[in-house]
Ligand binder design. Structure first.
Ligand SMILES: [Zn+2]
Length: 102
């Protein structure tokens, strides 16, 4: 993530976060997000850490694999990295990217 643009992304309400199920993502794919100019907001249900994968980040991470379904992706995500709690229950939701895309 470049981190150069300010983002208006906010944590979802706690109720919505707790109620999230991977099935509610539907058939959206990485290409859907890129096409609509959405960031993928990734939020840990345990510690509420919030990460934004912007369209440039998604394009960089997934390259040619843009047919990957977000619903399949979310099942593989975990709250990892230095600041992560290791939780495996992750909620994702679209956020209209604040930067310029494409
Ligand atoms: Zn966490």
């Amino acid at each position: 993530m470049s981190g150069s643009e300010p983002s208006t992304l906010k944590l979802p309400p706690a109720r919505a976060l707790r109620a999230f199920r991977p099935g509610q993502v539907g058939d959206d794919t990485v290409a859907t997000y890129l096409g609509k100019g959405w960031s993928l907001a990734i939020c840990c249900k345990a510690c509420e850490r919030l990460v934004e994968w912007t369209p440039p980040e998604l394009a960089h991470r997934f390259g040619d694999r843009t047919t990957l379904r977000i619903g399949a992706l979310v099942e593989r995500l975990a709250c990892s990295g230095e600041a992560g709690c290791g939780g495996r229950e992750i909620a994702v939701f679209p956020h209209l990217y604040d930067g310029v895309w494409p």
